[in-house]
Design a protein around this ligand. Structure first.
Ligand SMILES: CC(C)(COP(=O)(O)OP(=O)(O)OC[C@H]1O[C@@H](n2cnc3c(N)ncnc32)[C@H](O)[C@@H]1OP(=O)(O)O)[C@@H](O)C(=O)NCCC(=O)NCCS
Length: 300
């Protein structure tokens, strides 16, 4: 199909809810969204189509899908935008703008407290679309990879409800806390990280702690994929740098104990994280980094 030129009549772009029947067309134009890496759209399609909260939308021209966008309700009042895609043949004609404007109106109608999304540091178009809605970059993260360290045990211990207060203090007082902007990361999805979410994560046994003779000294929150292939650190905190490194390293044993094959994590870009992770077996995954944009309702 030939590329469509700018100057195209945008009134022909119609927005509607995505339907199961859109799958083949949408997955076809998403095949190479992020170059060789491809796209995560095939993995999320079925779930996104079924989801009743939020909104998974399609932009169509004369009945053919040419783009998609999604609003996800993470918690009441906290919206996450994701999955913005335009068929490469239709890029540069204003379709992305139509999807963004429509999605934004729908999101605002949900009366949110906050709206966020993540994109690559290189993705100037995506950042421009966010800024045009008075969103701003609030956090930036480098991505790291590591291999699990074959082991039967680890010095990290699964946290319990009793640890909630000290854990909260540890995460709040960690030297990097302000660079996290009150968030944790599940891959490239940022979520609010506060007392409620920490309590839920502890209940889900996704928080592990390191204790020394002075008490709680380090902790990590993780997410493991259902197929156990991936093990991600969602957030790490420690009393000091040496303990931070110890937790980064020890978490690799934990991943092995839990049967993971690959590991990923993000650390705040502002921290010169390459140095912070030195000697822990973690290495920078790519030269670009992740930026998180946010809009917040003004306090009255
Ligand atoms: C990002 C994407 C959805 C944009 O879709 P598109 O239809 O090509 O975008 P549009 O033609 O509507 O242009 C959107 C805006 O970006 C602006 N823009 C274009 N090139 C730009 C650049 N280099 N820097 C900044 N802004 C730029 C346009 O002027 C337009 O702004 P305006 O509406 O204020 O005039 C599309 O490129 C895509 O699918 N990319 C791959 C997936 C992706 O990156 N998704 C987003 C985040 S994960």
């Amino acid at each position: 199909m030939k590329k469509h030129a700018a100057g195209f009549d945008l009134s022909l772009v119609k927005m509607r809810r995505a339907r199961a029947a859109d799958k083949a067309t949408v997955l076809d134009f998403c095949r190479h969204t992020f170059g060789r890496w491809g796209d995560y759209m095939p993995e999320v399609w079925e779930r996104w189509i079924r989801e009743r909260s939020g909104l998974f939308a399609v932009a169509e021209v004369r009945g053919v899908p040419v783009g998609v966008g999604k609003i996800t309700v993470q918690r009441s009042g906290e919206l996450w935008l994701e999955g913005l895609r335009v068929d490469p043949h239709w890029r540069g004609c204003g379709v992305g703008r139509v999807i963004q404007d429509w999605t934004w109106r729908k999101a605002m109608a949900m009366r949110p407290r906050s709206i966020r999304y993540a994109t690559g540091s290189y993705n100037k178009i995506s950042q421009h679309l966010g800024r045009s809605k008075s969103m701003r970059i609030v956090a930036e993260f480098d991505e790291f990879t590591a291999r699990p360290l074959p082991a039967r045990e680890t010095q990290l211990v699964c946290a319990s409800n009793r640890d909630l207060e000290p854990l909260l203090q540890l995460f709040e007082r960690d030297a990097a806390a302000r660079h996290w902007h009150g968030l944790l990361l599940e891959g490239w999805v940022a979520k609010a990280f506060d007392r409620d979410s920490l309590a839920r994560l502890v209940r889900q046994k996704r928080v592990y702690a390191y204790t020394d003779e002075r008490g709680l000294a380090g902790a990590l929150v993780y997410l493991q994929s259902k197929d156990k292939k991936y093990f991600n650190y969602c957030r790490v905190a420690a009393r000091d740098r040496a303990t931070f490194r110890l937790v980064l390293h020890e978490g690799r044993r934990l991943a092995a104990v839990l049967g993971a094959k690959k590991m990923e994590m993000h650390l705040p870009h502002a921290l010169r994280p390459r140095r912070l992770a030195a000697g822990t077996g973690w290495r920078l995954a790519m030269p670009i980094w992740m930026v998180v944009l946010e809009w917040r309702r003004a306090a009255r």
